[in-house]
Design a binder for this molecule. Sequence first.
Ligand code: 6PG
Length: 463
Amino acid sequence: MATADIGLIGLGTMGSALALNIAENGFTVAVFNRTTEKMHAFMEEAGDLADRVVGCESLEDLAAALKGPRAIILMVPAGDPVDQQIEALDPYLDADDLIIDAGNANFRDTMRRMEALERPFLGVGVSGGEDGARHGPAIMGGGDPDHWARVEPVLTAISAKFEGAPCAALLGETGAGHFVKAVHNGIEYADMQLIAETYGLMRDGMAMAAPDIAPVFERWNGGRLSSYLIEISAKVAAAHDEATDGPLLDVIVDAAGQKGTGRWTAIEAQHLGTPIPVIEAAVSARNMSAKRDLRATLADAFGGSGKLELTEEALEAALTCGKVLCYTQGFDMLRAAAQAFDWTLMREDVARNWRAGCIIRSAMLDDMAEAFEIAPGKTLMEAPYFADILSETVGALREVVVKASASGLPVPVMAAALGYFDTMRMARGTANMIQGQRDFFGLHGFERLDNGKTGQHGPWADD
Ligand code: 6PG
């Protein structure tokens, strides 16, 4: 009998958590997993919530369990598995049944699927890890408003709430939801790397042990930097390892994993021609972290780093400055994408969506939403509230980058943030030299400053 309000395919960590969240919010969810044992194990784990879960052993059963027109969430790995799942489902669905891809899809795949499929389709970014999926994630929708309206009651009910407002919204057309999720992850990489660099300065430059670093992050979490990532960094630094009777952080291998979403952000920024050097540096930093053997060899060849003197306040201010510059770039990229893809994507809606539930949730996002409302079309660097923060903190970022570099301590993302700041506040840049060079070797032409004439050439044809 068709009793279920919504279907969910893929009972991995995120899928299971999302299904339980849906059931807990009073909706009946029909679930299917490729391996049936996993579905049975999930039904066991569901406990009291199992009353509102229909476990299905086949896609045919799943289709039969759902009220029409059907809505089915896919929580399968991004890429080919999504296409395969859509194809396998198709024979059991009616023309107006809706598929919602809630995995970490590349937005270009989402756009392709929407174009090719002759059925309603939504591309939805979900953030918050397992705990978020279970108790309230941020949900970033992309697609047709009529399709979104069909599942909005479920998605808003299960989402995180910021002061009562749901962090679930249709943010734009076609691939906008998955694009926003990719930029979220790009910012996530940079936010994490900025914290890691600060940790590195305290560990290697200031000889602080992990248990001494934890309370510093804890203090910062009580101020302007208050955020989920600072909060968990304090907990990670404080964790004790039973086996070695020392800080757990000291026995974790220093090579960061990545599933590719940060990389996609960097690639798309190049397609869009929008500068996001802070995020790009964070992706590169992960790639450098993976080269452990080479780093060990080069450490032997070139020696280590020196000590440095920095106050906790300077580090906090430098981190704040880097963070504002990182978000400036991420939000600029969203604006560039909205123009390029003709999406009605509004930065204030994205900032509001990220205020709770997602990995990059932080106190600053509420102020960012307000800044975009007050100053539409402006970057964060121009918004008065954030311009004041930058003026107040950039001196500390400069001090930290200068001292760290002088001591040979790596701060690639902080340095990228400072480089961006200094480049963008330079009214007269240095690309006149680039244009001169391009004209010299390729007769590409340049524009003159004195009379505005374009397609001009230098006298070098005779050289
Ligand atoms: C989130 C996270 C989540 C996950 C990604 C990125 O918003 O909940 O971004 O999607 O952490 O898989 O992880 P990588 O670091 O492996 O790229």
